[in-house]
Write a protein that binds this ligand. Structure first.
Ligand SMILES: NC(=O)c1ccc[n+]([C@@H]2O[C@H](COP(=O)([O-])OP(=O)(O)OC[C@H]3O[C@@H](n4cnc5c(N)ncnc54)[C@H](O)[C@@H]3O)[C@@H](O)[C@H]2O)c1
Length: 440
């Protein structure tokens, strides 16, 4: 099939590449000329395991191309995926300007039937607005060329995005016309060969499904974070509680890890957007508002623990910080807890040396010429001259450190661990003071 992907970010680039991998012809559009130039040079602008090799293979096979030309992109695909960003507006609602601009661009240039597929995460009712924008642009040109509008929310996880796209748990298709549904089934059939995992529903339900999924996952995290904080004051161990409840099949083990708050490009903005959607429609999502409030507070928890141990004036103190990305296996730092922790340490007068396997360039971009934040090229190198170690992302390479060497390197033997990476007793047996989340 001939496919255009509009927006070549985390979702667009992965989707376009995986669709090409199955033998489709794919053209990826982005208006960011820098990203397209990187891709045309045979590199990729993001870190995502397995993606670079797959991009190169499909480019070499002639199935995957990149462009900044809107005209070419509209002419190319009968299927037009919209995978542009939907960042939070000032009031937390999803900013739809990029989605609607993409839809209008299709309407301005299309000359034959198109299936316009919304893959961006968008509030309920966006499908109707996309349809109206397309119809409006066609009417301006005196045309009534047929098109289908489909909602196909994306559930991939950054860090495992290629694997998730190639082997999806489910493919949600929101559509109301048979032609669009048939083309979507044909497109996804090779990805779900051993049993049908396509769930067809109406467009509004599909749009809400995506928010409901992220809201549920965020709720589990905030719930566990609050329980961990309670465990901390009650002398219970949240890790034992986690195992105790996760073994109930109605609860399960996934997404029960407490920590220093969730971040990333999805949960924070999607939780906020769903709260706003409800408010705009006269409803209050009280549970979700609390999830959001609890997470904001949790992002400050490591700072509170540091305040509690060292006081609020950290002038002259130097911290090593392991992990900048919002989670492992990505360089994405959007809404990452590390940003709150670094900002808080700098405000208290401290200096920081950070290490992350892939996100240091992204951090340099975000923190610019902040001289009190430096970077190290290895985890242990970050500890040089440091008073204490703060851990914010659970990268595998932090899991089995040499505690003796950490003790020897730190001036005060303190570890503030926002991801509960270590058995507390083991750390303490090595002469270190250990502050984790809800651990005894
Ligand atoms: N990142 C994830 O893990 C993830 C997972 C599932 C769903 N989503 C959703 O997918 C959407 C995209 O997310 P992302 O993380 O890939 O965003 P991103 O910011 O990485 O990429 C979006 C891209 O769209 C481009 N763009 C904007 N307007 C355009 C236009 N009119 N024409 C062409 N290109 C345009 C931007 O330049 C940018 O490169 C969002 O709605 C997000 O919520 C993201």
């Amino acid at each position: 099939m001939k496919i255009t992907v509009i927006g070549t970010g985390y979702v667009g680039l992965v989707s376009g590449t995986c669709l090409a991998e199955m033998g489709n012809d794919v053209l990826c559009l982005d208006l960011d000329a820098r990203k397209i130039a990187i891709l045309q040079d045979g590199e990729i602008p993001i870190h995502e395991p397995g993606l670079l090799e797959m991009v190169r293979r499909n480019v070499a096979a002639g199935r995957l191309r990149f462009t900044t030309s809107i005209e070419d992109s509209v002419a190319f695909g009968q299927l037009q995926f919209i995978a542009v960003g939907t960042p939070p507006d000032e009031d937390g609602s999803a900013d739809l300007q990029y989605v609607l601009a993409a839809a209008r661009n299709i309407g301005k240039h299309m000359t034959d039937y198109k299936v316009v597929i919304d893959k961006s995460t968008v509030p309920v009712g966006t499908g109707d607005r996309v349809k109206a924008a397309l119809a409006d642009e066609l009417a301006k040109r005196g045309l009534d060329t047929p098109f289908s509008v489909v909602s196909n929310p994306e559930f991939l996880k950054e860090g495992a995005a290629v694997e998730d796209f190639m082997r999806p748990d489910r493919v949600v298709i929101g559509a109301e016309d048979e032609r669009g549904i048939a083309m979507m089934r044909e497109l996804y059939a090779p990805f779900i060969r051993n049993h049908d995992r396509v769930i067809v529903m109406d467009v509004r339900s599909a749009e809400l499904t995506k928010y409901a999924a992220n809201a549920m996952l965020a709720t589990r995290i905030s719930f566990m974070n609050e329980l961990a904080n309670l465990a901390d004051v009650m002398g219970a161990d949240i890790e034992q509680v986690r195992v105790g409840i996760g073994s109930d099949p109605r609860i399960g083990f996934h997404f029960l890890y407490p920590g220093c708050g969730y971040g990333g490009s999805c949960f924070p903005k999607d939780v906020q957007a769903l709260i706003r959607t409800a408010e705009e429609n006269g409803r209050q999502l009280k549970v979700l508002q609390s999830v959001e409030d609890a997470n904001e507070a949790q992002k400050h928890l490591l700072l509170e623990k540091i305040d509690g141990r060292l006081g609020k004036d950290l002038a002259g103190k130097h911290f090593a910080l392991w992990g900048l990305a919002f989670k492992p296996n990505t360089d994405d730092m959007r809404a990452a807890s590390s940003r709150v922790v670094i900002q808080g340490l700098l405000e208290r007068g401290a200096t920081v040396t950070a290490y992350d396997p892939v996100a240091m360039n992204e951090s340099r971009r975000i923190f610019g010429d902040e001289t009190r934040l430096r970077y190290a090229d290895a985890p242990m190198a970050a500890l040089q001259d440091a008073d204490a170690l703060v851990i914010v992302t659970e990268w595998k390479e932090f899991r089995v450190p040499n505690f003796g060497a950490i003790k020897a390197a730190l001036k005060l033997p303190l570890i503030f661990d926002g991801r509960n990476l270590y058995p507390p007793q083991q750390v303490r047996d090595n002469g270190l003071e250990y502050f984790a989340i809800g651990r005894r």
